[in-house]
Design a protein around this ligand. Structure first.
Ligand code: AMP
Length: 300
């Protein structure tokens, strides 16, 4: 099996009520690929500028991430995003977005990626997501994520992508905006009629809900006393979820449930440190330990 991830590789400036970090590495593709790399060998499609740190490229290589689809633009500047969190880690505002090399990015899938079994369209411009969909030959599973910016600025393109995907990852605010429905169960059901057969609604520190035609599954978030930086939790969830499915090569209900728990486990590690720092030391053993801990937390 193989997992192709398309999304942003970025510099982020993050402000929490306690600390501010300037220009650290982030991006939807970055978090997702790092999380998935504990289960499979993800292939990424993204673009960065020449200013992107070699040290992070070395980390990607160390985690065995396939970088054939990572374009480095000579003299270019990497995509930049600045976000600010309030006391409630689920509340975030975007302060600044600079597209930089993304402005003229026309993603090209390397021939070796075209037969991907799982395609993840992480959060980027829906026009780019659509373009990628056209280049991949009949994947077994296509999943997508998005954000408020695209729901508001490119709703038509977003709807076209939605029609082509099997799984939508969205947070509670995004799914309410997409469906104009306050109740999350009704919102999830509405999305099921618009393309996806599975919807995963992420509720930050309250966990996630998985909806399918005949499946409703709730996962709690790992009780974390010290949320250092919530950035990338959603992408890490998707990476753990899809990386696990790619490894087990089956998409039945049991696998979906376990994938969701792995998603939650990976997200819980990401938020323990700023940016991608936690991935520098995270081990498979720690992941297995937290998976078991989750099991004990919810069995009665
Ligand atoms: P998450 O916290 O999982 O929603 O994802 C946060 C990541 O999304 C950050 O590391 C940002 O670099 C990235 N991001 C923010 N805005 C955009 C955007 N407009 N397009 C692509 N990626 C973005």
């Amino acid at each position: 099996m193989s997992l192709v991830i398309v999304g942003s590789v970025a510099f982020d400036t993050i402000e929490t009520p306690w600390e501010r970090k300037e220009k650290i590495v982030g991006g939807s593709c970055t978090y997702c690929a790092l999380a998935a790399s504990y289960f499979t060998r993800p292939k990424i499609v993204a673009v960065v500028g020449e200013d992107f740190p070699k040290q992070t490229i070395r980390l990607f290589k160390k985690r065995n991430i396939d970088l054939e689809g990572l374009k480095i633009v000579p003299g270019g500047k990497t995509f930049f995003w600045e976000g600010r969190y309030g006391f409630d880690p689920n509340q975030r505002s975007t302060i600044r977005t600079e597209l930089n090399v993304f402005q003229d990015f026309r993603p090209e899938i390397p021939p070796a990626y075209k037969k991907a079994d799982i395609l993840f369209l992480a959060n980027i411009d829906p026009d780019l997501q659509e373009n990628i969909c056209r280049q991949v030959e009949k994947p077994k599973l296509v999943a997508m994520d998005t954000m408020r910016l695209w729901i508001e600025s490119k709703p038509a393109a977003l709807r076209r992508v939605l029609k082509q995907v099997d799984i939508l990852f969205a947070n509670d605010e995004e799914i309410r905006m997409l469906t104009e429905e306050r109740n999350l169960i009704k919102a999830g059901k509405k999305i099921l009629g618009q393309g996806p057969t599975l919807v995963i609604v992420k509720k930050g520190e309250h966990g996630a809900l998985v909806f399918g035609e005949s499946l409703v599954f709730g996962i709690m978030a790992h009780p974390c006393e010290d949320v250092v930086d919530p950035t990338g939790a959603g992408d890490s969830f998707a990476g753990g979820f899809l990386g696990y499915l790619d490894r087990v090569k089956r998409f039945g209900k049991k696998e979906i449930r376990r994938a969701a728990v792995y998603g939650s486990v990976l997200a819980s590690f990401t938020i323990e440190d700023f940016g991608i720092n936690r991935f520098r030391s995270l081990t498979k053993r720690e992941i297995a330990g937290r998976f078991l801990h989750f099991k004990r937390l919810v069995s009665f």
